[in-house]
Design a protein around this ligand. Structure first.
Ligand code: ZN
Ligand code: FE
Length: 239
């Protein structure tokens, strides 16, 4: 299985997961159709599924056009069936969604939205965390509560430390400045910031990160309790 990162809109990332045996693929959170179509056509990829982590427009904006053009099936959380138009396949928390090409565990991670999910491809240890866990940050709490977001991040923290994290936005550098402000002596963070800047300088995505790196550097995963987490989340909203 191969993951391709496709830049969309201002700072969104969509991802293609490709079965290299037959070029069958899923797209995660297509913000817009055009960059996905360009890639798919150029590389002769058979797009089969759209996997949506949540209902925000910058994650589903390309759904309709891709569905029309390729007849792909849209996979989304069961409780989002009225928020994500034309879902074909409903998935639930802890379910394993599978077919002949792909297998992903669904982890319900509410907070940013109530129906937010993570697609965890356990065989390859790859997690698509949408707008819940960012590299060095976490999503804003729009629909859920602090408790829900804190619990959702705790679920993700339990994934194997070498799990690769692919999230919905390129926010890593800005996030790193917030982490640094509150953890000035974190050597791991210092090292990660150096790597981030190097990647960005070369016009490369800062992703994937790993659970291990996030545990070492992401202040939201390092918060000891709900109270600390909530304070940090409020501070970040005004950062
Ligand atoms: Zn969002
Ligand atoms: Fe987003």
């Amino acid at each position: 299985m191969k993951v391709e990162i496709i830049k969309c809109l201002q700072d969104n990332y969509s991802y293609l997961i490709i079965n290299e045996k037959n070029q069958n693929a899923c797209v995660i959170d297509p913000s817009e159709a055009k960059p996905i179509i360009d890639f798919v056509e150029k590389k002769n990829i058979n797009l089969k599924f759209i996997l949506n982590t949540h209902h925000h427009y910058d994650h589903i904006g390309g759904n309709n056009e891709l569905k029309k053009k390729y007849g792909v099936k849209i996979v989304g959380f069961i409780n989002d069936k009225d928020k994500i138009p034309k879902i074909d396949i409903f998935v639930e928390n802890n379910q394993t969604w599978m077919n002949e090409d792909f297998q992903a565990k669904i982890i319900h991670i509410p907070g940013h939205t109530l129906g937010h999910i993570c697609f965890y491809f356990s065989k390859d240890k790859i997690a698509f965390t949408g707008d819940t866990l960012f590299s060095l940050g976490c999503g804003r709490i729009f629909e859920g509560t602090y408790e829900q977001m804190f619990a959702s991040l705790n679920k993700l923290k339990k994934l194997p430390i070498d799990t690769k994290i692919y999230c919905g936005h390129e926010y890593t550098l800005k996030n790193s400045m917030f982490c640094l402000q509150y953890e000035k002596n974190n050597k791991n963070l210092e090292k990660k910031i150096f790597e981030i800047k190097d990647k960005l300088k070369n016009n490369l995505p800062t992703l994937p990160s790993t659970i291990g790196e996030e545990l070492a550097c992401n202040i939201f995963l390092r918060a000891k309790n709900l109270e600390d987490f909530s304070k940090l989340r409020d501070l970040k909203d005004n950062f």
